[in-house]
Ligand binder design. Structure first.
Ligand code: SF4
Length: 490
């Protein structure tokens, strides 16, 4: 599809909105209008005629040809007004053409909770916020209410990120096999097991050097998160070494939270759980994604639901009293009944956190490469799954505490974390709300440097383990940017 824009700079919002209705579709942007192309297109133009700002949207998709017009008065917030007006017009047309009305309305951003927080800080009531988001962005009252609850539940937790604090992220980009829907930079240990010893060596070195950078900038450790991939793809001995290096270089006694994503049940055993516990971690994730064996098989995960329950039992036995479990709504072959069963089963297990993701299909995922597109933007099935999850989790005593949106999700739905009282994961909130520096180690890891009032800066590590090993010197060199950031940010 082609998107033509003429006389304005709202092209990215228009492209984002089109992408919500046609996830995964290749979109070409053309600036300056001109002749309409042969195939499908969206044209958006802003012109000034007789002293008036005229907005025009034309959409041709297949047989459909629709237009919408609006006139905007000049205002101090003219660019935002244009974005909103174009978004409104295009949303209505694309909803009509596709029969699909995304519940987050015209919002295309990752962090809708921020919009709500700003309104809460300005003294608006929940009712006023719902009305405002509905009127300006066509957000459904249910989604607006979810964002409000999430923002309210974050109150009192955001302050833990204040001051010169940071969280430490450590990435282990290996998994025992690749899930069909995966779009992370993660490597199957079947193919890359030989890289792991070198990777652990370099990672330990990067952790040491990162500790020097943190100390050199007067940063205080707040939380630790070891993610992936699947960190428990490492052996118990490798995990022990990693924890030892972290413990020797950071004051983990001052950390508010220390999470390890144990991830897949096929990598968990009592020896590794003991290594994690002895290493000082107090929170783990065991992520089934579904509790149906048939769906686990369909998505290429080589473990059963019984293994998930056994891992959970082992984790409790090892003394973990803070466990997260992830589910994904919209997995290939899953049904509404199947999803309900999975969620009910997790609630029965009673972990402290349950995170409900929506399947996001990326171009790079194997599922798409294999021509097995597993999403249907118009199905409504995932919306029903999430509606069930919200109600069921609420009645089971879990509250939403972080929320974000990704591109190309089924039914354009969100990812949200739910927690038992007092068990919200601080790291998830800090990283999603971008309110704290994250110093990140490992292949594919991205450090984010944050100070109130300063522009967020990112430091990228090489993506793939072999690049990471080869370009390690450069990775260490890049971390020096932390000094400049804090010097300039004051
Ligand atoms: S466990 Fe996660 S990171 Fe690993 S392959 Fe599956 S989806 Fe990807």
């Amino acid at each position: 599809m082609t998107i033509l824009t003429d006389g304005h700079v709202c092209q990215y919002e228009i492209r984002g909105l089109a992408g919500m209705f046609f996830p995964g579709l290749k979109i070409e942007l053309i600036f300056g209008g001109g002749a309409r192309p042969e195939g499908d297109y969206i044209y958006s133009g802003l012109s000034r005629e007789s002293g008036e700002n005229r907005l025009l949207i034309e959409v041709k998709i297949g047989e459909n040809y629709e237009t919408a017009r609006d006139i905007l008065p000049d205002s101090p917030d003219f660019k935002n007004d244009c974005e909103r007006a174009f978004g409104f017009m295009l949303y209505k047309i694309l909803s009509k053409i596709t029969g699909f009305a995304p519940e987050w309305g015209t919002l295309t951003g990752v962090r809708p909770v921020r919009l709500v927080r700003r309104r809460l800080s300005a003294g608006m009531s929940a009712g006023e916020i719902i009305k405002d988001l509905q009127g300006k962005y066509l957000v459904s009252p249910q989604k607006a209410a979810l964002a409000i609850k999430t923002a309210e539940n974050q109150r009192g937790l955001l302050e833990f990120a204040e001051g010169k604090t940071f969280s430490l992220y450590i990435g282990i980009p290996f998994c025992p096999s690749r899930c069909l829907y995966c779009s992370f930079v993660s490597h199957s240990t079947e193919k890359t097991a030989g890289l792991i010893p070198d990777y652990v060596n370099k990672l330990c070195e990067e952790i040491r050097r990162t500790a020097e950078v943190a100390a050199g900038n007067g940063l205080k450790l707040s939380t630790i998160y070891i993610g992936g991939g699947t960190p428990t793809s490492l052996s118990a001995a490798q995990l022990r070494r990693l924890f030892r290096v972290i413990g020797e270089n950071f004051d983990i006694s001052s950390a508010l939270e220390y999470t390890v994503e144990a991830g897949r049940a096929d990598t968990i055993n009592s020896e590794k759980l003991a290594a994690i516990k002895e290493g000082g971690a107090d929170r783990i994730s065991i992520n089934p994604q579904t509790m149906l064996d048939s769906v686990l098989e369909a998505i290429g995960r080589r473990h059963t639901a019984a293994q998930v329950e056994e891992s959970f039992r082992l984790a409790r036995q090892t003394g973990f009293d803070n466990i997260n479990m992830d589910l994904i709504a919209g997995l290939n072959t899953d049904t509404l009944e199947g999803f309900k069963y999975s969620l009910d089963r997790l609630i029965w297990l009673s972990p402290e956190n349950i995170t409900v993701h929506t399947l996001s299909v990326k171009r790079s995922s194997d599922a798409v490469y294999q021509g097995r597109a597993i999403y249907d933007p118009h199905g409504g099935l995932v919306s029903q799954m999430l509606e069930y999850a919200r109600g069921r989790l609420d009645s089971a005593g879990y509250f939403p505490y972080y929320l974000y949106r990704q591109k190309n999700t089924r039914d354009n739905q969100e990812n949200a974390g739910f927690a038992a009282p007092g068990r919200a994961c601080l790291y998830n909130i800090f990283i999603m709300e971008e309110i704290q520096t994250i110093l990140a180690c490992g292949a594919g890891a991205v450090s984010k440097l944050y100070m109130p009032g300063a522009k967020i800066e990112r430091i990228f590590n090489y993506k793939f383990p072999y690049e990471y090993l080869k370009g390690f010197g450069e990775i260490i060199r890049r971390k020096q940017a932390v000094y400049n950031f804090y010097k300039n940010a004051g």
